[in-house]
Design a binder for this molecule. Sequence first.
Ligand SMILES: Nc1ncnc2c1ncn2[C@@H]1O[C@H](COP(=O)(O)OP(=O)(O)OP(=O)(O)O)[C@@H](O)[C@H]1O
Length: 614
Amino acid sequence: MRRHLSRLRGLLPDLRVLALLGTSGFRAAPLLMTASALLYVVGSVASVTGTLGYRVVIDAAARHDAHHAAVGAALVAALFTVSWVCGIVGAMQNSVLTDKVALLINTRLSRLTATVAGLELLERPDRLADLDQVRDNRRSVAGAPRQFLKGLQTLVRGGGILVLLITVYPPIVIVPLLGAVPALADRRASRLLKQADDDLAQDRRLLADLFRITTTAETAKELRISGVTRDLAARHMALGERVRSRSVSAARRSAAWEAGGWLVYAAGFCGAIVLLVLRAAHGHTSPGQVVMAVSLLRRAQGQVSGATDTAGAMGSAFRTAGRLLTLEDEVAAEHIATPRTAPVPARLVDGIRLQDVTFGYHGSREPVLRGVDLTLPAGATVAVVGENGAGKTTLVKLLTGMYRPTAGRITVDGTDLADIEPARWRERTTAAFQDFSRYQLTARQAVGVGDLPRADDDAAVRSAVRRADADATVERLPNGLDTQLGRYFSDGTELSGGQWQRLALARALMREEPLLTVLDEPTAALDAATESALYARWAQAAREGAGRGAVTVLVSHRFSTVRTADVIVVLEGGRVTEVGGHEELMTAGGPYSQLFTLQARGYLDSGRPAAPAG
Ligand SMILES: Nc1ncnc2c1ncn2[C@@H]1O[C@H](COP(=O)(O)OP(=O)(O)OP(=O)(O)O)[C@@H](O)[C@H]1O
């Protein structure tokens, strides 16, 4: 009993997938789906019973019975007309149905990626592979209602064919049943292809990435200067060749299985025809029955190959829908596992604390951050410095709630960040990153999306533009804030890297009362003097917002900017090695002062006037 129960429980996930596929058509367009199902049933019955007309016509003709021959011909004409009309109307309805379900699935997929709390879904290789598969194969799920209808058609036609064949000579029903052989062989063949697809997924992603890098304008300059274009093209070709040969080999093995299965079926089919002809020669079967049976067997063959196509398409839809449900479950589980009901403080009094925080990315052997103890006092500007790969951006991702610490905790005025709903925390957080997005929207929208509820508030957008020192950029645009940006549109205006960055900064400044502002090298495309001036302005704004206790975290490699921060944090190999103000750290003579002196000397040696003096 318990074994049965646990087996049933094991079937539950599959049943959920079936329910999703089976009901998607009815949920997207109930009337259309019902009408299509009716059309398929009526068309299938008409198509199979139409073959009865052959029998009537031929046997009547053999008896020189003109009346019955005419009745048979009328039957054939009427039933096949009904079947064709149903087929044509059904096909038209199908494409509408598929589009409606595609919209439903696309919405579900966008909701999944939009509601996911952190970045793991988009950055973890195994989840990324699942997400890629769902994105790439979502049309198969959208086509599930069509496959369901085709399955219904096969069932009705297959049943009708078996019944009519029994009326001719019962043993020949074995031929349609032999159809299970190619069906099973086809299943095996598609499993081989799927395995190859899974194995090659990462290589294909890399291939697409290499193709993008070598063919898009964004990377063209860098590639030409560094002279790696040919090398990348050669890598692209070698990888492409490897992927091609492995997929061709999988396709060959799969084709061999398919061909084997169909050979078995063909042998049965030919044997049945020989048998029927012999029976007719001995007067056991009428000529009309032979013609009807041959026509039915040919139809049975069509049904078998249709059924295996449907099974293959359903298999792909089943796997894709299964992955979609698993991803949705994982995202939902993240929310349910820890009910995050703690409120976000209206203002910060103590600040943000990291207590013995350790973090490693999924699948990485080494943690990126180790035992980080740090206080970001309320109202302070905190600069984070360190070599490339020291873990600065990772620290920022933890502070903004994109990831949770593997060990240790982050508290906001004593409340564990893990207890706060990420969406609520992000409403009080704003950030600008080095790898900012270039939204191909109007300039107004590209800035306004930084605070959606106020995206249409002209004063708010203009204030953000001013604070990001992006007024000159906007003034130079042909239609000011209403200019369409980007290359996707013929009337779009393309911006320089620095101009895009200024708009990204303005976007980050849309929220006027954040508790945490993160600036992760968002000014790398601007010159040092502009960056310094901008930071000075923001630091001033941060001080003005100190009543709110807002914390500003800036990541920068420019020490002329860093020195202005209240607290400077030095990260080395994922550990905090120094914390303090500029003067304090310079006096200490540790890594910060060495790095600062090195950069200052670089400026002096190059004869630049903007040296960051100690
Ligand atoms: N999504 C990710 N998955 C796995 N490893 C990652 C991921 N992002 C970063 N890393 C690794 O974490 C380490 C720290 O990266 P991080 O981006 O935090 O460094 P950083 O100090 O900001 O560097 P930079 O100054 O170059 O921006 C690096 O070794 C990097 O390879």
